[in-house]
Design a protein around this ligand. Structure first.
Ligand code: MOS
Length: 704
């Protein structure tokens, strides 16, 4: 039974698309059925640096069902595109240059997937290969200053006199923390189905924003956007990896080659490790200075990370450090190594996730050096206003999260002695860390359409990447229209619907919901004002939207959280078990208590996985991520996850956006790894500053 009484917002409604998903009737991009469909299989470079000299397709052409081959020699010229401006990684097949191992160098089209793959394998490719430079080290002398992390966000910041303040601080911490590369591994591999007819292009695609893909496709192929339709009804996970990748352009090229026939491409799991982005490894130098009483005097956070040679992707790793704590002297800096490696990209909480591992570990170490409980240490350094911008926070409830969490978790202030708590051969410890994520907003529009009484179509080009948007947006619409949920028919995932922002930056629900609320308000004003409550013949459609948060620039807008973990470390094997975790979040209004819990839980689980298992291993001799499948890239399974308790604060923030939601898709992963590392330190007295927390890093130092 679904609840039908208002308010719908906040109610724990089960996913309205759940039945479709579990019965297999939710159609994903690759699953659309067409007559005459053909398949495209991409070909990836087996060298990391150099150029393609020749591609001999004699044997490939002999494969039955072979339809065509596109290489840099016959590919159409395409204009540079990217989600945030031109990205040379998207200039697929535009030159003979190879910039990383796994880069697309050709695509084969054939009648069946098997034949396309077989023909691709039979290509005889000659390269001119150069030795790759693929090793990230902090001491490289060729690091570059990217200047900007994103438009409007400088790479470096400096306030006060950091060096002097650090060297005169009574308590000083100077440590380096490192995180490996990570790959998203969304459950649904990237897939595109493209149909190029005489005057239009239709693309079924697994992505985080159909309008963004429409814009990129139209720009690349020099088509008017209205001649490109992108449909993305269901998407099996994105995590930042589906914001536009070269494979969809490759599929469109193939569709152009076999005009009129639908072309399908699905990347294999192994292919995804080079061409759909990943989180850069980081080397983070943290220096903290504090008074003996625990007040922070100075924070310096200097980051080295990697990108490829054809596009500067900059992970904004130290940005959370700019606004977390109240030290008067602060510095952040980002430096890039441009390597012969695949191009990194956004991955769930880009920046905050690796950055807060380092900062929240360093805070734990500094609190201990001051002899202060880590919760009290954070409370003592909680700023009155945003230290970076000087703006007031629209709301900041980190302290409330820490206090509520301490109470609920049973935080023991008086037994912080590391290594003291044992049960048999298990060492037990608890840890805490903070979470944060900025409140982001993307311009969006929506329409409300009614053709008959008690039936409201809510039209918006949003996309549900697994977050629960199908349900949450229907709830927002029901309340905004003041009608029961079952009178709402939500339509999303199609560029024929009103333009909406991407499912990214944890901004979807707030941005799309604000557009829906505006459209609903205008719809009601028209229907019950001008029209006196009577639907006209042919129905009524009213459009609304929102460009930006009304208070943007006046307040510093962030969500916060506190995470707790209990760990057990086995003295003989070094294995780490995490029997329980707790996350308490302050993220504004919670739209759906059930799907929201899933988002927090999923984020924390991904954070646990990062802490204990995940790492993409680069072989610098080949420029390749060698553990490029789910047999060797280890992700936490159910057996690795204990009890995870999720709570939130009833936070009312009138400034962020009309929905009142801050965004919950990313904050859950932020701080989890530090929480677990801090707990492992408490259990063992061993401080691991290099993720993952694998047994080898503990074994030599564990008590015998
Ligand atoms: Mo997210 S990494 O903004 O999709």
């Amino acid at each position: 039974m679904i609840q039908t009484t208002r308010p719908m917002i906040g109610a724990p409604i089960s996913r309205l698309d759940g039945t479709k998903k579990v019965t297999g009737s939710a159609t994903y991009a690759f699953e659309y059925q067409f007559e005459n469909v053909v398949y495209a299989f991409p070909v990836q470079s087996t060298i990391a640096k150099g150029r393609v000299v020749s591609i001999d397709a004699t044997k490939a052409r002999a494969v039955s069902g072979f339809l065509g081959l596109i290489t840099h020699e016959n590919a159409p010229k395409i204009a540079p595109v990217g989600l945030l401006g031109p990205n040379n990684d998207m200039a697929v097949l535009q030159s003979d240059r190879v910039a990383y191992r796994g880069q697309f160098i050709a695509v084969v089209v054939a009648e069946t997937l098997e034949n396309a793959r077989r023909a691709a394998e039979l290509l005889a490719i000659q390269y001119e290969a150069l030795p790759p430079d693929a090793e990230l080290r902090g001491d490289r002398t060729d690091l570059v200053n990217p200047q900007m992390l994103m438009p409007g966000m400088p790479a470096d910041t400096e306030h006060g006199n950091v060096e002097a303040a650090l060297s005169s601080s009574p308590i000083q911490l100077d440590q380096t923390y490192t995180t490996p590369a990570y790959h998203h591994n969304a459950m649904e591999p990237h897939a595109t189905l493209a149909i190029w007819t005489d005057d239009s292009l239709t693309v079924y695609d697994s992505n985080q924003g159909p309008h963004a893909v429409q814009y990129m496709a139209a720009t690349a192929f020099n088509l008017p956007p209205e001649r490109v339709r992108v449909i993305s009804s269901f998407v099996g996970g994105g995590f930042g990896s589906k914001g536009g990748n070269p494979h969809f352009l490759l599929t469109i090229m193939a569709a152009q080659l076999v005009k009129g026939r639908p072309v399908k491409m699905a990347l294999t799991r192994q292919q995804m490790f080079a061409v759909t982005g990943y989180r850069t490894p980081t080397i983070q130098h943290l220096r903290l200075g504090a008074e003996q009483d625990g007040r922070l005097i100075a924070i310096s956070h200097e980051v080295v990370e990697q990108t490829g040679t054809i596009h500067d992707f900059v992970e904004p790793t130290a940005t959370a450090t700019r606004m977390m704590y109240a030290a008067p002297h602060r510095r952040t800096a980002h430096r890039l190594a441009r390597l012969d490696v695949p191009i990194p990209s956004w991955m769930r909480a880009p920046g905050e996730c690796p950055g807060m591992f380092a900062l929240e570990s360093a805070i734990d170490e500094t609190a201990e050096a001051c002899g202060i409980d880590p919760i009290e240490f954070r409370i003592k350094n909680d700023p009155e206003v945003d230290p970076e911008s000087g703006l007031p926070f629209s709301s900041r409830n980190l302290v409330a999260c820490l206090r509520q969490g301490a109470e609920a978790f049973g935080w023991q202030q008086h037994s912080r002695q590391p290594g003291a708590w044992r049960e048999g051969r298990w060492l037990i410890g608890t840890g805490v860390a903070a979470s944060t994520f900025p409140v982001v907003f993307f311009p969006s529009t929506a329409s409300i359409r009614a053709e008959r009484a008690h039936h409201y179509r809510v039209l918006i080009g949003a996309t549900d990447i697994g977050t629960g948007a199908w349900t949450a947006l229907a709830q927002i619409a029901a309340d905004a229209l003041e009608v029961p949920l079952e009178q709402i028919q939500l339509e999303i995932g199609d560029t024929n619907l009103p333009m909406a922002g991407i499912a990214g930056g944890s901004a979807g629900t707030a941005s799309w919901g604000s557009a829906i609320m505006d459209a609903a308000q205008k719809f009601r004003a028209k229907l019950y004002g001008e029209l006196g409550g009577e639907l006209p013949e042919g129905g009524l459609e009213v459009r609304g939207g929102m460009e930006r948060s009304p208070y943007a620039g006046q307040y510093s807008m962030h969500s916060f959280g506190a995470q707790f973990a209990e760990v057990r470390v086995h003295m003989d094997t070094g294995e780490i078990r995490v029997p329980r975790m707790l996350g308490v979040f302050a993220a504004g209004r919670i739209i759906n208590a059930k799907t929201a819990r899933s988002q927090f839980l999923g984020g924390m689980t991904m954070g646990l996985s990062m802490a204990l298992h995940e790492q993409s291993v680069m072989d610098p001799r080949f420029g390749e991520y060698v553990n490029h499948d789910l047999a060797e890239y280890h992700i936490a399974t159910n057996a690795d996850v204990g009890t995870v308790d999720i709570q939130w604060i009833d936070e009312v923030d009138p400034y962020i956006n009309p929905v009142g939601a801050k965004g919950i898709g990313e904050i859950g992963i932020v701080g989890t790894a530090a929480t677990i590392a801090n707990a492992v330190y408490h259990a063992t007295g061993i401080r691991v500053r290099d993720l993952p927390l694998s047994p080898d890093k503990l074994l030599a130092s564990l008590p015998r």
